[in-house]
Design a protein around this ligand. Structure first.
Ligand code: DCP
Ligand code: MG
Ligand code: MN
Length: 335
């Protein structure tokens, strides 16, 4: 799967964030230690939000998500310009190969290891062994270079216009919101995350009325030559590939579309706006407040600790209010 970056223009701690993200990738793809993966990402997120260069580990340790061990690594990097742990990791060809293959869309850490164990270590090897890949992984390989490229905000603005025009031509009441890092105000994104709903499409509505259809939406976006490939398509979730139709020199981009119930829209928007670390923190906070939060609903936990009554949510602000949290603007939701 895709690599995450901290993505913050003119970040004075970029080199520190880079080595922390390299360590994070290693923990996810090779060690399969999700706990450390998230810890390194959190530390990188903290550093990327600073406006000044960090002076030393001691100073960094005062910041959220940076403990003794990461502080020591920061000192080592500031003093020597490198990190011995990373140098050692990179000396091992198997580690390097697993990390490379895990960058292919659709290939996770387990599949990457399986391939490397079978002697497949480069993208060239992978091209020769496509029979070992799923359709998604084959597309990931085909578009490897393009999917590695970040999507500039201006290009997403153009794609957003086509999405909204096309979907609203079908039915003007559809609501279309691009979430993910774009909604968090990032200047570049890894992919495009689209949320669609319609006032008639509620969790209580009669499902036999098939006027609201993701499949129809996808067909129309294909006709407009925005969608070029489908990775998977269900009733509520599309995963695929798009390219700006008016400019074939532009890279192919990963596009996700979700159709969500109107009465669950704000929980869905909150979830898909992320970041994933922000969501983790918010869900943990919800549990402390005896609530359970997911992409569908905010539910009060009963005295037995099981999900009970659904709270009525009519805005993102409502969710923060129920949890006793001050509202956070999407741009402040990186960690
Ligand atoms: N999400 C989550 N937990 C995950 C994956 C995703 O909570 N394990 C939510 C939060 C993310 C959103 O879905 O912000 C979209 O997922 P992306 O992987 O597309 O992440 P972003 O859009 O935040 O970043 P990028 O620019 O890399 O796409
Ligand atoms: Mg995204
Ligand atoms: Mn996505």
């Amino acid at each position: 799967g895709k690599r995450k970056t901290t993505g913050n223009a003119n970040n004075p701690n970029q080199d520190l964030c880079d080595f922390l993200m390299e360590l994070a990738d290693y923990e996810r793809n090779v060690s399969k230690n999700v706990y450390k993966y998230n810890a390194y990402r959190k530390a990188a997120g903290t550093l990327s939000a600073l406006t000044e260069r960090v002076k030393n580990g001691e100073e960094a340790k005062k910041l959220p998500g940076i403990g003794v061990k990461i502080a020591k690594k920061i000192d080592e990097f500031l003093q020597t310009g490198k990190l011995q742990k990373l140098e050692d990791i990179k000396k091992d060809d198997t580690n390097v190969a697993i990390s490379l293959l895990a960058r292919v869309s659709g290939i996770g850490p387990a599949k990457a290891k399986e391939l490397v164990d079978a002697g497949i270590k480069t993208l060239e090897d992978l091209k020769k062994h496509q029979d070992k890949l799923t359709y998604h992984q084959k597309l990931g390989l085909k578009y490897f270079e393009d999917f590695e490229k970040k999507i500039p905000r201006a290009e997403i603005v153009q794609i957003e216009k086509i999405l909204k025009n096309t979907i609203n031509e079908l039915n003007s009441a559809y609501l279309v919101t691009i979430c993910g890092s774009y909604r968090r105000g990032k200047e570049e994104s890894g992919d495009i995350d689209v949320l669609v709903t319609h006032p008639d499409y509620t969790s209580k509505a009669d499902k036999k009325k098939k006027t609201i259809s993701l499949k129809t939406i996808v067909e129309c976006l294909k006709k407009k030559k925005l969608i070029t490939d489908t990775i998977s398509l269900g009733y509520t979730k599309f995963m695929g590939v798009c390219q700006l139709p008016e400019d074939k020199s532009k890279p192919f981009r990963r596009l996700d579309i979700r159709l969500t119930f109107y009465d669950q829209y704000y929980c869905a928007i909150l979830y898909f706006t992320g970041s994933d670390l922000f969501n983790k923190n918010m869900r943990a906070h919800a549990l402390v407040k005896k609530y359970t939060l997911n992409e569908y609903a905010l539910k009060r936990l009963t005295t037995e600790g099981v999900p009970g009554e659904i709270e009525e949510i009519t805005s993102e602000e409502d969710i923060f209010k129920f949890l006793g949290l001050p509202y956070k603007d999407p741009k402040d939701r990186d960690i």
